[in-house]
Write a protein that binds this ligand. Sequence first.
Ligand code: ADP
Ligand code: MG
Length: 357
Amino acid sequence: MIDVRLTAVSKRFDKSSDAAAVDEVTVTIGAGEFFTLLGPSGCGKTTTLRMVAGFYFPTSGQIHFGDDDVTHWSPNKRDTGMVFQNYALFPHMTVAQNVAYGLRVRRVSRTERDRRVSEALAQVHLSGYGARRIDALSGGQQQRVALARALVIRPRTLLLDEPLSNLDAKLREETRTEIRRIQRESGNTAIYVTHDQAEAMAMSDRIAVMQSGKVQQVGSPQEIYYRPTNAFVARFIGRSNVLSLPVVGAGENRVEVRLSSGATIEVGAATGHGLTEGDTALVSARPEHITLAGGDEESALRGRVTHVEFTGMATNLTVDCDGTEVMAAVIDAPATINVGDLVGLRLVRERLWVVKP
Ligand code: ADP
Ligand code: MG
């Protein structure tokens, strides 16, 4: 088990262009940690992972595996296990031959090879499948073979690039649980790439949220969900309302803002928020932290319902509050609620959070 450190890592494919595919990324991934690079398509996740694997060299910056500066090491020297979206298995070989491949390349003896292939297949719960042909397996099973093939070489780090994208929704959820179990048991440091925030939240110890080649925030799923650093992170992780509200007072970790009702409330904020009276604060409010106000209850926001959607777990409402569309997810909403109704909304104040633009 080793930690992986990226220090100001940048990659420019086109030296003449200003835009870097990966722009000054600095993160430390702890030994044994399950760490996810999360962001929209094109934000630089794959490029970052390929630099860790050694398929690309950074234009600038350093990559360390433990005490080793591996920045310019070739991929085979790095001992990384890679798993891709499209499995990249050899269709004409058996499961065992596919898993054994990396050991053959490394000239591991036949007996040792057989022992380690059995061990890797057991790890991914595919004991007894060794003689099967790849094309006789389901997508989920093929992805587990790909995982076994990565694990069998006993890699120093496990790198996974959108490994679940080709699976249907139900299998994707089962397989993500399975990948996490296998990673825990093997104790590997894992770097996982996905654009799917629910997947990232469910699997990761920590997440780096990326946009346009830059890391926007690094934190645990809870930190990123409850304390997003800026409006992009707030909106990308789950759904969030970002309300613009006038500041009437401020402290080190709080900002007092005025609601359209005239009432003022205190909202949590990161140290160094820099807001003072007279500024406008951006306040992130998750839909599930906005509920319908009771009849005589003071409501933070009032508006007209423009959309109603029953999801089973909650009723999603969109409410037009003085020209701002506010999303609320209400549990046990009255079945009578309709588009055009005038409603009052209540905010769960402890869960509001000031974000940067
Ligand atoms: P992601 O994996 O987050 O979808 P990528 O790392 O694949 O993003 O791509 C980041 C950016 O770098 C994109 O703008 C992409 O077009 C560009 N890019 C990726 N690979 C290459 C390449 N081999 N040559 C030129 N540009 C590339
Ligand atoms: Mg990618």
